[in-house]
Design a protein around this ligand. Structure first.
Ligand code: PBG
Length: 330
């Protein structure tokens, strides 16, 4: 016989056949919408490298949350731009901090939307690193490092302050070793056993975060984050990082960035039974936006395809700046 018995093309002939055998789908209930909250009133400042994404004052963040909820989006991820930065990042955990105020206001106005918070120091430290700095003496002079273990205590304070303000879930993104266990302990000891942790378990030292650092004004003032974030060349290390976070009590494992790392999402999907989240980061958003603005890509179709591909790779949840666009279009 000239042709094999099974001819996949037969099932692609019409849309109704195609949709009957489609293996994955994506819809708004899988999406988390990130937002940047800044001091001030009536502030809605567009980020130049992320058209369509804004720094919002708390009042405007509430309006945005209402819109997201009306569009059927289930969850927000909050990042804060503090009024003041210092070496310890102390505005990250104060009761009157920007994220703490935003959580309260949003939960009051839109109680049904899940409020997830980024737990990290880099937006709050004057040096822009994700932890406390320490000096280590060496032959050729002193060098500066991020002090992993001293940072854990501060992360505990931040997570706790978010839970106290009413956050539904915390998402540590700093990549310090032991942070998930430390945060779990702090939450449990203070009556927040029910608050889950979505861990940025596998976060690479990526150049795709560039526009985010404009948005959150948190570019490191010296050096880079490669001492604590992962080497883009590694995938076995991703399994080790994810295993540690799972053992420390993470409820959801995240991979970040997204599109260039679909293999890592696939790998984690095969090895873990925990839910997996993927972060379509600022640089991925900016690339699609820039190409679409030039008429080089069909924005709507590319948004759909990119999010569907995350699901095919194995992500349960996708964090994306396109969440509202997706919910409006599909
Ligand atoms: C903070 C943090 C970053 C992102 C999320 N949380 C920046 C970084 O690690 O430098 C990046 C998100 C994005 O690019 O959209 N640690």
């Amino acid at each position: 016989m000239m042709f094999p018995e099974y001819r996949p093309r037969r099932l692609r002939r019409t849309e109704s056949l195609r949709s009957m055998v489609r293996e994955t789908s994506v819809s708004r209930e899988h999406l988390i919408y990130p937002m940047f909250v800044a001091p001030g009133k009536k502030l809605r400042q567009e980020i130049s490298s992320m058209p369509g994404v804004f720094q919002l004052s708390v009042d405007m963040a509430v309006e945005e949350a209402k819109e997201a909820h009306a569009l059927g989006l289930p969850a927000l991820l909050l990042f804060g731009l503090p009024e003041k930065k210092d070496a310890k990042g102390s505005h990250a955990w104060i009761k009157s901090g920007i994220v703490q105020k935003a959580i309260e206001a949003i939960k009051k106005a839109v109680p049904d939307i899940l409020v997830i918070t980024d737990v990290c120091l880099c937006e709050y430290t004057s040096h822009g690193h994700c932890g406390l700095l320490c000096k280590v003496k060496g032959k050729g002079g002193d060098s500066v490092f991020v002090d992993n273990d001293a940072t854990l205590e501060l992360l505990q304070k931040i997570a706790l302050s978010h839970a106290r303000a009413g956050a539904d879930m915390v998402a540590p993104s700093d990549m310090m070793d032991g942070r998930v266990g430390a945060i779990r302990e702090a939450l449990d000891d203070n009556g927040y056993e029910h608050i889950p942790i979505m861990s940025y378990a596998v976060k690479y030292a990526s150049s795709f975060y560039g526009p985010f650092r404009d948005a959150a004004e948190c570019a490191p003032q010296f050096g880079d984050r490669s001492a604590y974030q992962m080497d883009c060349a590694n995938s076995r290390e991703a399994l080790r990082e994810a295993t540690l976070d799972m053992e420390e009590g993470a409820d959801i494992l995240m991979v970040k960035p997204g599109m260039p790392y679909l293999d890592i999402i696939g790998l984690l999907r095969q090895e873990f039974t925990l839910p997996i989240a993927a972060y379509q980061v600022s640089g991925e958003y900016a690339m699609i936006k820039a190409a679409a603005a030039n008429g080089w890509l069909d924005e709507k179709r590319v948004i759909y395809e990119s999010l569907l591909c995350f699901r095919r790779a194995g992500a349960d949840i996708i964090i994306t700046y396109f969440a509202k666009d997706f919910a409006q279009a599909f």
